[in-house]
Design a protein around this ligand. Structure first.
Ligand SMILES: CCCCC/C=C\C/C=C\C=C\CC(=O)SCCNC(=O)CCNC(=O)[C@H](O)C(C)(C)COP(=O)(O)OP(=O)(O)OC[C@H]1O[C@@H](n2cnc3c(N)ncnc32)[C@H](O)[C@@H]1OP(=O)(O)O
Length: 281
């Protein structure tokens, strides 16, 4: 059902399939053909940050699962302890090669469109911190379950950058306009409990229980007649996706122009330094 626009770009073939298992260097996927549920574990160490190749791998995996007639649902989680995803790999934006920067943003757009509009039912099992791009992946799923004592949110302003309009739209669709307005301005990272209270996540369970809870909820989703479930998702999301589909080229150009500004480069350099300093404390 994902529109033909979403299929314009053929993803890189870096994911290998062995029976019901698919593997790449950054993703581990298994499909239970009895239940129709796939489990995708992100494993790009140290923090599952999203670089060009990782984004292509994620999208490629979703496309492959969509083509598997037995697969109806996808649970997304992390294989890296305590971190779901640290969001965009800041090194893609800092002192970038301009051509790669274009390709990188395009890959992020394409991954998002694929995930946001996939006819598969999707559940994020958020078993670690989930800032910025990690939060985007989470809110693009149909349902979110989070483990305690982590953080999630669109913290872009803390890096001196701005969340793109489609991050903002996905957030607005999840927690509403006013909460998004506050969250974006302050670069707010919500604790698990706050996220539950604001509706940014749907359920909180312990890290030990999270996979079982995700499986249980997914069984509810895949029991619903597939086409009706997928079409109701399309009904809710198509308008938001179309907004980006119709402006993908200009969005890439805006991002590249924004990123290449001296002020933005300085902010990113400063933020990276802080990350390293924090580590040495
Ligand atoms: C008007 C037009 C507008 C157009 C739009 C313009 C711009 C929009 C642009 C971009 C949108 C961006 C969205 C994003 O996703 S930005 C990324 C935001 N991410 C973060 O802020 C997370 C930062 N990381 C952390 O907070 C912690 O690392 C974390 C809590 C995830 C984990 O902590 P932990 O203590 O376990 O690990 P660390 O020691 O901090 O990290 C290990 C290692 O990894 C490096 N690192 C961490 N995060 C990133 C990252 N996102 N990218 C690259 N590298 C990262 C960290 O520096 C350490 O490296 P090293 O010291 O071991 O070398």
């Amino acid at each position: 059902m994902a529109s033909s626009i979403l299929r314009r770009f053929i993803p890189r073939k870096t994911t290998w399939m062995y029976g019901q298992r698919m593997m790449s260097s950054t993703i581990d996927v298994s499909v239970d053909e009895q239940t129709g549920i796939a489990l995708m574990k992100m494993k790009r160490k140290p923090v599952n940050s999203l670089n060009l190749e990782f984004l292509q791998d994620i999208r490629n995996t979703i496309v492959t699962l969509e083509q598997n007639k037995k697969c109806k649902g996808l649970i997304l989680t992390s294989d890296v302890p305590k971190i779901f995803s640290a969001g965009i790999d800041i090194l893609e934006m800092y002192q970038p090669n301009e051509e790669r920067l274009h390709n990188f943003w395009r890959a992020l757009q394409d991954m998002w469109l694929q995930l946001y509009m996939t006819p598969l039912a999707t559940i994020a099992a958020i078993n670690g911190h989930s800032p910025a791009g990690g939060c985007l992946i989470s809110i693009s799923c149909d349902y979110r379950i989070m483990a305690p004592n982590y953080t999630i949110g669109l913290n872009e302003t803390l890096l001196g950058i701005v969340a793109p309009f489609w991050f903002k739209d996905a957030m607005c669709n999840t927690v509403g306009y006013r909460e998004t307005e506050i969250a974006l301005a302050l670069g707010k990272l919500y604790s698990t409990d706050e996220a539950l209270q604001k509706g940014l996540v749907d359920e909180v369970v312990t890290s030990e229980q999270i996979m079982e809870a995700a499986q249980r909820k997914m069984l509810e989703y895949v029991k619903i007649p597939n086409m009706a479930r997928a079409m109701s998702k399309q009904l809710m999301r198509q308008e938001t996706a179309d907004k980006l589909c119709s402006t993908q080229d200009s969005d890439v150009q805006n991002f590249v122009n924004f990123c290449l500004q001296d002020k933005v480069q300085q902010s990113l350099g400063f933020y990276l330094e802080q990350l390293k300093k924090r580590k040495s404390k």
